[in-house]
Write a protein that binds this ligand. Structure first.
Ligand SMILES: Cc1cc2nc3c(=O)[nH]c(=O)nc-3n(C[C@H](O)[C@H](O)[C@H](O)COP(=O)(O)OP(=O)(O)OC[C@H]3O[C@@H](n4cnc5c(N)ncnc54)[C@H](O)[C@@H]3O)c2cc1C
Ligand code: SF4
Ligand code: SF4
Length: 364
């Protein structure tokens, strides 16, 4: 049996993870590039993200779109007016939210909002910061560096930003502001890298893939100590994967690499290994969707190994203790992966299949 006194503690960076829910109104909606929208949401007086931290995200439910989506706070929530949150949303082909934003000015729309969620927050080490973002990954990184500048952290920072061409660059003013505010004895360097900029254009900056530039800077071991740095990677999964393996190549420990993967509905749902679960409730506290994680008595499988139905344990009919299993309902899960980050026992992952997890349980 588990010794309660030996259970690892929940990650201290999840202390403010309890999710609040409220209603907001889109106060402004504008395009910051040809395919990226900025929306500023004002929440009603009774609902404010008083505990939100830079780097975290919220879950937004847009009118007439059934499934909510996760979006990172794009400005430092600590310095934004208390009831206001800004988001950068990049259009994806045939995306529901993308199409909704494309089809007109959404100022005045009512949005259901839940948060703050996630632990992509500033660490308390003293080494340099290396931030790597692509596309709308600007959002969480901008909020992190705004926060670090406001705190006057005494750390150098290199911010590598990958975009296709000059028309995909945005937030120049905000980054200029961070550069001005950065602690005087430390460096803040912004390094935009363009992968598809026409060769004849007037662009005088770096070209290629942002991860290639990072790799060559690390090999040259330029003016930043890459070995001692904390790495913040944010944006599309392929870019994060490439940046992660570049950083691992120089022997950085995974503990110093923080990732905010902008996955979407096409990703596989995480799975709970009930054999490892110690019923600590952390995943249930951070989950933004009602019933995305449920306590079940039995799972029913179809011929293709997919769960066809489950028998829920109804509240009131149990002692209040879990003596069954936790199950992630694929039809409700929005792939925010908050539960994976929250579980202190690595019981939730993208690696296990439900079958494996049940087999392991019954064999042990
Ligand atoms: C923690 C986190 C933070 C995030 N932060 C941001 C952020 O700050 N900014 C940002 O822009 N994005 C962010 N995202 C991504 C965001 O949540 C959405 O996934 C993204 O905006 C796409 O939403 P959509 O409604 O436009 O597309 P969706 O309708 O969700 O579709 C996404 C893609 O899947 C395809 N698709 C949909 N259904 C199917 C199907 N049944 N079969 C095959 N393909 C299908 C669509 O064509 C589309 O290309 C974040 C994601 C996570 C997990
Ligand atoms: S099951 Fe996990 S990944 Fe899915 S919506 Fe709930 S918290 Fe997010
Ligand atoms: S899956 Fe992890 S976080 Fe959720 S109750 Fe079990 S041990 Fe706790």
């Amino acid at each position: 049996m588990f010794d309660l006194f030996q259970l690892p503690k929940a990650d201290s960076r999840l202390q403010n993870s309890h999710v609040s829910r409220g209603v907001g109104i889109v106060r402004s909606h504008r395009k910051v590039t040809h395919d990226t929208h900025e929306i500023v949401i004002s929440c009603d007086e009774n609902f404010r993200f008083t505990n939100a931290e830079a780097g975290q995200f919220a879950v937004l439910k847009f009118p007439s779109i059934n499934r909510p989506r996760p979006y990172s706070f794009a400005r430092n929530p600590r310095s934004a007016p208390l009831s206001e949150s800004t988001f950068f949303i990049r259009e994806v082909p045939n995306g529901e939210v993308s199409d909704w934003l494309k089809s007109g000015d959404r100022t005045g729309s009512k949005i259901d909002i839940a948060g703050p969620i996630g632990k992509f927050t500033l660490d308390d080490r003293s080494g340099p910061l290396v931030c790597i973002a692509g596309g709308s990954g600007m959002s969480a990184i901008l909020s992190l560096i705004e926060y670090a500048a406001e705190l006057q952290v005494e750390r150098d920072c290199h911010f590598y930003y990958g975009a296709r061409s000059q028309r995909d660059l945005y937030c120049e003013l905000e980054i200029e502001n961070v550069t001005k505010l950065w602690s005087k004895d430390n460096k803040f360097v912004f390094i935009p890298v363009l992968s598809e900029e026409p060769s004849m254009s007037d662009w005088g900056g770096l070209r290629g893939l942002v991860t290639e530039v990072l790799l060559s800077d690390m090999e040259l071991d330029s003016d930043i100590n890459f070995g001692l740095a904390s790495y913040f990677l944010c944006g599309p999964p392929p870019m994060i994967k490439a940046a992660f393996s570049a950083v691992k190549k120089i022997g950085v420990s995974s503990e110093n690499i923080f990732q905010d993967n902008f996955e979407d509905i096409r990703s596989a749902t995480p799975v709970i290994d009930n054999h490892r679960c110690v019923l600590c409730d952390e995943c249930l506290l951070v989950k933004p969707i009602e019933n995305c994680i449920v306590e079940v008595a039995e799972l029913g499988f179809g011929g293709d190994d997919k769960v066809r139905q489950y028998k829920r344990v109804e509240s009131g009919s149990t002692s209040g203790l879990y003596y069954n299993s936790l199950y992630i309902d694929e039809s409700k899960c929005i792939r925010c992966f908050a539960c994976v980050d929250a579980c202190p026992h690595d019981a939730i992952s993208r690696k296990y299949s439900i079958r494996d997890s049940l087999r392991q349980k019954s064999y042990d």
